[in-house]
Design a protein around this ligand. Sequence first.
Ligand SMILES: [Mg+2]
Length: 242
Amino acid sequence: MTGWSGPPPLGVVVDLDDTLYPQAEYLASAAAAVGEAAAAAGLDGGPVHAALRRELAAGSDAGGTIDRALLAAGVPAADLPGHLPALVAAFTAHTPPHLTPYPGVRDALAALAAVAPLACLTDGNPVIQAAKLTATGLLPLLPVVVVTDALGGRGVRKPHPAGIGAVASALGVPADRLLVIGDRPGKDVAVAAAVGARAIRVRQGEYAAAPDEPAAWAVTASFPAAAERALAVLRPVGAVAR
Ligand SMILES: [Mg+2]
């Protein structure tokens, strides 16, 4: 029993941050880079680094994170315009040397890729998202990567359907036959619903405690567990046709 009704999915779409690797590892690395840039600019780098880590821990989605961290570190408001460009640049240009995927992710992606077209759909600055993917070492397993911001800026981030539409085109399958795996109900589950597709929520990372709204087809505690559920419907026992 897979709990799936209707024709099986024809492709799998995976989110990146907090789905394939813990985003907190990237944020810690980027915060350290900004702290070093602050020190190079004559600020007290330690407090800037610490304040930025607190701000990022409070919510990585919010804008103005570096502004608030500088104020919290005691930098006068009047000095912010002089410091922000270099520090924002340090954050954006930061290339993490290595990001550790969650346990079992590499094997799970390989298993999925063996039975279905596979793509990554992620929101964020395209340069940063590319650097993260490279640092995870998972890029060779993801032949199609769509970064929503590259399609039309923040306005087309998930759950806007533009990104998943681009994935469907790249994979050559109808969008409603995709199966999405991701950590955020409001983004990953919602973007699937926006095109009539289904999603598996992986309950981990910054949004692990968020309510199941909208509801996913399945909820799992890890990416490998989600891949198992996906594999069961991608190649159902006794299936005669797709
Ligand atoms: Mg995510």
